[in-house]
Design a protein around this ligand. Structure first.
Ligand code: M6R
Length: 578
């Protein structure tokens, strides 16, 4: 989602801002822009589309102070006018987040004579800052007042015409850090954006206000200047490179043997709380991480007495956590920045409820907030559609119930499964022109279907639904007619007979079945149209192999349809708004 970068120093700000924006590209965006201060005025360049397009538009503007932004549209379509930076009179801002009461603020500002060019809440925030600045003439006081008037989430960088060497910043519920260096300082949505220049950073907390100059940084918390707490980012960030693959997604699918090896090798039970002491475990996440949670629930329920339930974070955050049970909240997140998941952790912390994070991104916001933390070892994931991070999340749950997984066996089986790519291409050719598709399975196989369905939808734009196989006959089977496509998964032999019965019901109505089954599960060939057999491994890891097949089918279907696989339309890698 939106990304922010800012620079104040002695070097050429536009070049640094563009490089910083490129590092934030993975978050997903649809337009980009920068503002630099020159001769006491900001010069703004912004464009719909890629950062390269923006770069082409940049004029030779030597400046040593500036702010930049990648926008992922929330209020108003992706176009140049709605993109950031926004300028109102002498104030220029970049904003990540959502100002919830912007309409009411906009009305008041219109009554005061302000005009708005864009449809955004961000331009309203800019006008509000401008208006308050006229009255107070002191940006710290302005931002203190801004906090009181606005509702919502924001990370904002501000420039003032006439103030050449200062960036002002404020954050509330959207990520923002300050990069600290010699005679130059930065603001950014995350640390990797500034790592080329410095690994020293200050984390802004919610409601902090900062004034950043090239040699000085002042941070105000509850209206008082606080001591700067400079941290060191002590980890190397992976090189961003497709390594010969056409897309990051395919590269990341093929990295999964290494990912599982790393995840198993680095797992330590010491990072976990004593799981047996809880009466209730709530697993909370969004999207694919939620699907990994369902598998986690399935695995943990077999071992623990606690009542274990998986929840979607955007729903859970508005529910009350029953204080009568000793509860653990487990949040799963690749990015560690997902706004809804972060709020769940904050709410649990406020109520003194134990939290465990299963997080991929080092020192991300959720990683910093949880009481117990397990880092998944997927490495940097660029493709918006998650593959290797999801796999490492399921592996982590498998390790939580059995820390002695047979690493060599599973790595070998994953490599063998990856070799089934041509079979997946054949299925992709078969489904590429479909408009609708069903994924069916029971139990853990249904959870895999949910993930397969999400993968296919998000990158190929084919509508699909994942159904528990036994539920079809309660309504949905009415949609089955000649050649309606189904992808059925059977990896759990205990319930294989039952799923086979449901497959027969589909076949009896002329549906078309692609079956993904573990090699020892025997299904009469009359009941399917295509079959992909995956190797057999120890039970808790079996889902991993089936999901790799579904990832490859989705990938090749999207490729054959000519979709923008790594950056699917309307999606962002890290979802930092509610
Ligand atoms: O960063 P997170 O794991 O918290 O993200 C959660 C979802 O937004 C994410 O899994 C999303 O569903 C993926 N794009 C799916 O491929």
């Amino acid at each position: 989602m939106c990304g922010i970068i800012g620079y104040v120093g002695s070097k050429n700000a536009p070049a640094i801002l563009i490089e910083g924006l490129k590092k934030l590209e993975y978050r997903g965006y649809d337009s980009a822009g920068i503002a630099v201060l020159k001769n006491n005025k900001t010069i703004i360049t912004k464009e719909k589309g890629t950062i390269c397009k923006l770069e082409e538009k940049l004029k030779e503007n030597m400046s040593t102070t500036g702010i930049g932004h990648t926008r992922w549209a929330t209020h108003g379509v992706p176009n140049k006018i709605n993109s950031h930076p926004h300028k109102v009179e002498n104030i220029t801002i970049v904003h990540n987040g959502i100002i919830e009461n912007y309409l009411e603020l906009k009305e008041k500002l219109i009554n005061k004579g302000y005009n708005f060019k864009s449809d955004t809440d961000s331009e309203v925030a800019c006008a509000l800052i401008c208006d308050l600045f006229k009255e107070k003439n002191d940006m710290q006081k302005v931002l203190e007042e801004f906090k009181k008037i606005t509702r919502g989430a924001y990370a904002i960088g501000v420039l003032i015409d006439g103030v050449e060497d200062k960036i002002y910043a404020i954050r509330n519920k959207s990520p923002l850090i300050i990069g600290v260096s010699e005679e130059e300082n930065f603001i950014a949505s995350d640390v990797p954006a500034i790592l080329e220049y410095t690994n020293k950073y200050i984390l802004l907390e919610d409601m902090d206000i900062a004034i950043i100059g090239k040699n000085d940084i002042s941070i105000f918390r509850s209206n008082k200047k606080i001591k700067n707490d400079i941290k060191i980012f002590d980890k190397k960030v992976d090189k961003i490179d497709k390594n010969g693959y056409k897309h990051f997604m395919l590269k990341e699918i093929n990295e999964q043997p290494d990912v599982i090896r790393r995840t198993i090798e680095s797992f330590s039970k010491k990072d976990l709380p004593n799981l047996t002491k809880y009466e209730k475990i709530d697993i909370v996440a969004c999207g694919s991480a939620y699907h990994a949670g369902l598998i986690g629930e399935h695995l943990l329920s077999k071992k623990l007495k606690a009542v274990i339930t998986t929840h979607i974070a955007s729903e859970y955050r508005y529910k009350d956590i029953n204080p009568n049970f000793k509860t653990l909240v487990i949040v799963i997140s690749q990015s560690g920045e997902t706004a809804d998941s972060l709020e769940v952790i904050k709410k649990a912390n406020e109520k003194n409820i134990d939290t465990l994070g299963i997080i991929n991104v080092y020192k991300s916001s959720i990683a910093r907030e949880v009481k117990y933390l397990v880092y998944t070892k997927a490495g940097f994931e660029i493709s918006v559609a998650t593959t290797k991070a999801y796999l490492s999340q399921i592996t982590t749950f498998a390790l939580m119930v059995n820390s002695k997984l047979n690493k060599e066996e599973i790595v070998k089986a994953i490599n063998k499964t990856l070799k089934l790519e041509q079979d997946c291409i054949n299925i992709a050719k078969k489904i590429k022109n479909q408009e609708n598709l069903f994924f069916i399975g029971r139990g853990i196989d249904h959870y895999i279907g949910l993930e397969g369905s999400l993968k296919l939808k998000e990158i190929s734009y084919i509508h699909s639904e994942a159904y528990p196989a036994g539920e079809l006959k309660h309504g949905t089977i009415s949609l089955v007619s000649k050649n309606t496509p189904f992808i059925a998964t059977i990896t759990d032999e205990v319930i294989s007979e039952k799923t086979i019965s449901n497959i027969k019901e589909v076949k009896a109505r002329d549906g078309n079945i692609t079956l993904i089954a573990t090699e020892d599960i025997k299904v009469n060939e009359d009941y399917y149209d295509s079959l992909i057999q995956i190797p057999k491994v120890q039970k808790d890891l079996q889902p991993l192999l089936a999901i790799i097949i579904l990832q490859l089918i989705s990938y090749h279907t999207a490729r054959l349809r000519g979709c923008d696989i790594d950056k699917p339309r309307n999606l962002a890698k890290s979802v930092t708004v509610e």
